[in-house]
Design a binder for this molecule. Structure first.
Ligand code: DLZ
Length: 186
């Protein structure tokens, strides 16, 4: 299930989680493999297909902006930003990688909607394939991360009753004040 030797996850109940996936059209085939891995993991944790919103942007540089809009929509409990950056001959890779990683982090911190950094930053196409296909599809751990963080957010932000320690009383994922709309997405 998860990428071997990377990180393990507890048993996750994603049955009430609403997850947004934003993917790039750059490197379409690889990104598609990663998104499929992500959606497989979401399903395995019990996330309902109807609670998965998927949209796309041109390239990785656009991911943080779209993530911010989606997070502010109040309709998702976590966002997964999926893209692939491959190093070329210029400094482009360095600038974009840096901007995208800190952009996605900032969106999560500023909106309190967890945003998963699902962007491969690779030196070669071979590295991309090794991380986006088969048993080592990183999309799977990104899906699990999204559910884990959505549950953490629900525990931390939702409870009227606070226990004496920890983030707070567990509440239903999706029950935050702004998120009462019937549909998910923008
Ligand atoms: C321009 C560009 C290049 C050269 N390489 C990639 C890439 O490997 N992966 C990717 O997601 N996007 C790339 N882009 C596009 C930029 O992310 C962005 O879409 C444009 O600079 C427009 O803002």
């Amino acid at each position: 299930m998860a990428v071997e030797g990377a990180v393990d996850f507890p048993t996750l109940d994603g049955s009430k989680a609403r997850i947004g996936i934003i993917k790039t059209r750059w490197n379409k085939e690889d990104v598609s493999n990663l998104v499929n891995g992500c959606k497989k993991a979401l399903k395995e944790t019990g996330v309902d297909d109807a609670n998965v919103f998927e949209t796309e942007v041109p390239g990785a540089f656009e991911l943080p902006y779209a993530a911010r809009l989606l997070a502010l929509s109040g309709t998702v409990d976590a966002v997964v930003c999926v893209g692939v950056l491959v190093k070329g001959d210029t400094m482009h890779f360095e600038y974009i990688s840096d901007a995208v990683s800190s952009g996605i982090m900032n969106v999560g911190l500023q909106t309190a909607v967890p945003c998963v950094f699902g962007v491969l930053t690779c030196n070669t196409e071979e590295q991309v394939k090794a991380r986006s296909t088969g048993k080592h599809n990183h999309g799977e751990s990104w899906g699990q991360t999204a559910v884990e963080m959505a549950l953490l957010r629900g525990e931390a932000l939702g409870g009227a009753q606070k226990p004496s320690m920890g983030f707070g009383a567990p509440v239903e994922v999706g029950s935050t004040a702004k998120s009462s709309g019937p549909k998910i997405g923008f």
